[in-house]
Design a protein around this ligand. Structure first.
Ligand SMILES: [Fe+2]
Ligand SMILES: [Fe+2]
Length: 182
């Protein structure tokens, strides 16, 4: 018997939930790639540039995969992409302008928010979406590795770390809610 028949009132149908999932993940990886682009615009001559480029390349791989998936599954990308481009780049450039450690603090905050987000999605997917679930699990591991790189490069020693981290995480959660729907 189909699970949808027993849906609670107000619950989202599974196909809608899956489209939201792919839309927000595509938007998130797009934003992540833009954040690193913003950081590299400021820090391209810094000794942190190679590690930033490495993380940026991985975000690009994540983005490419979601770009394929949204085409394949006929999911409309979020209408907010141009906005996330500007916001992501600005967040990256501004934190980098505050210093290398602030840039790393930005990475840690973003990746912690994304880790929680992917964990929720992975838990929500059934076995009929095991391939997607494995993709998300792999990307989540990459994001956790990025967080660890941020911590190794002095994120927590950034001036105003706790406030900076709280503001960025809140922004990420807001961006997630918006990109699921719009
Ligand atoms: Fe990513
Ligand atoms: Fe990442």
């Amino acid at each position: 018997m189909s699970g949808t028949r027993h849906r609670l009132p107000g619950a989202v149908p599974p196909d809608v939930a899956l489209r939201r999932m792919l839309r927000v993940d595509h938007a998130g990886e797009y934003g992540a790639a833009c954040i690193y682009a913003g950081q590299l615009a400021v820090l391209r001559r810094s000794d942190k540039a190679p590690v930033l480029r490495e993380m940026q390349a991985q975000e690009q791989q994540h983005l490419d995969r979601f770009a394929e998936l949204i085409v394949h599954r006929r999911v409309r990308p979020t209408a907010m992409l141009p906005f996330w481009h500007a916001a992501g780049f600005a967040l990256g450039a501004m934190t980098a302008a505050l210093g290398e450690r602030a840039a790393m603090a930005c990475t840690v905050a973003v990746e912690e928010a994304i880790d929680a987000h992917y964990a929720t999605q992975i838990a929500a997917l059934d076995d009929d979406e095991h391939e997607l679930r494995e993709t998300l699990a792999r990307f989540r591991d990459d994001e956790l590795a990025h967080r660890d790189i941020g911590l190794q490069h002095g994120a927590e020693q950034a001036p105003g770390y706790r406030l900076l981290s709280a503001v960025i995480k809140r922004g990420c959660r807001m961006a997630i809610r918006i990109s699921e729907r719009i």
